[in-house]
Design a binder for this molecule. Structure first.
Ligand code: CA
Length: 318
């Protein structure tokens, strides 16, 4: 994989055009394509029958009506796990704008319509839609696929890696091509992608700001040169939180400097026009900070169209 072939800057439609339509629905994918994203992101979890679904959480209750349709199907923790439902059952659910645990909308200003029905798509359905739209329009929009919680899936006795590789094979997206990117928080899964060698596109190590006992990565080390030297042995780029790119003195963080030194591309998350990703930094100022001051290689954005407009205004060639 040659990094010189990566799209730069990469405007990655985070969960589809989720600033405008419910996240990860086919409608949000269609709109993201129309808005001119370079990539459309898919977060993937498995159903009980092993089908890769495009869903951000391993549970269904914050983005669907699962608690109404299947009120007794939660586990002891009160949560409704996608892995406990067949694809056929999940297809009966309606997707809505994300809520918090109390049922309040996370982004109150977003889509509020009631006449459109949204479903949880499969990864195959999303890739098929992107392929069809590319064919019709002549665009070459890519897919940017995150395997969610591989260690959770392992504990459930399933293998999300094999399921995703199977879908990529079906769509002829295993080759050395920057239009299919794999991202994951789990280093072990990314190392498996590398050692198997079946998928030959770019691999991105996602980085949390601090360690999480439920996950296998040593994220804190990834903020240092020595930690990123290890990452560079199996990944082509990193996806850190925008909050970890600068020191308190507004200098590039050690992680940013190390990534550039090691030739790892930087695709931070997440740009939102309706919510500050960095306290006190508005949407436009955040674009300047990222793309001019820190020279990142791309970013995840909830508003791909507005990100492209701002980059044009900043004189960044897209
Ligand atoms: Ca994601």
């Amino acid at each position: 994989m040659s990094l010189s072939t990566m799209i730069r800057p990469a405007i990655i439609a985070h969960r589809g055009a989720c600033g405008y339509l419910p996240e990860h629905t086919l409608q949000a994918v269609e709109l993201a394509h129309q808005l001119g994203a370079d990539y459309i992101e898919q977060d993937v979890v498995l159903s009980s029958d092993g089908i890769p679904l495009v869903l951000h959480d391993v549970t269904l209750e914050l983005t669907t009506d699962v608690a109404t349709i299947y009120p007794n199907r939660h586990r002891n923790d009160g949560l409704f796990y996608a892995i406990d439902f067949t694809l056929e059952e999940i297809k009966l659910l309606s997707v809505h704008e994300r809520t918090d645990r109390n049922g309040n909308r996370v982004f109150p200003g977003r889509y509020a319509g009631t006449n459109m029905r949204f479903q949880v798509p499969t990864l195959a359905e999303e890739i098929a839609l992107v392929d069809q739209l590319n064919q019709k329009t002549g665009n070459d929009t890519g897919v940017y696929i995150e395997l969610k919680r591989p260690e959770f899936h392992e504990a459930e006795g399933t293998d999300i890696y094999s399921a995703v590789v199977g879908v990529l094979s079906d769509f002829d997206r295993l080759g050395n091509d920057p239009r299919t990117v794999i991202q994951c928080f789990d280093p072990i899964t990314l190392m498996r992608f590398k050692s198997d060698g079946i998928f030959r596109g770019p691999r991105v190590q996602l980085v949390l700001t601090e360690n999480d006992p439920a996950m296998r990565g040593d994220f804190e080390s990834m903020h240092t040169l020595s930690g990123l030297e290890q990452v560079a042995t199996y990944a082509h780029g990193i996806g850190p939180d925008v909050a970890s790119l600068q020191t308190t003195q507004s200098e590039p963080s050690e992680m940013v400097r190390a990534a550039k030194k090691l030739g790892l591309f930087l695709h931070p998350y997440t740009l939102r026009a309706d919510s500050e990703s960095l306290p006190g930094v508005n949407f436009a100022a955040l674009h300047k900070k990222l793309f001019i001051d820190l020279e990142v290689d791309g970013a995840f954005t909830d508003f791909a169209d507005k990100t492209r407009q701002l980059l044009t205004q900043l004189g960044v060639k897209t």
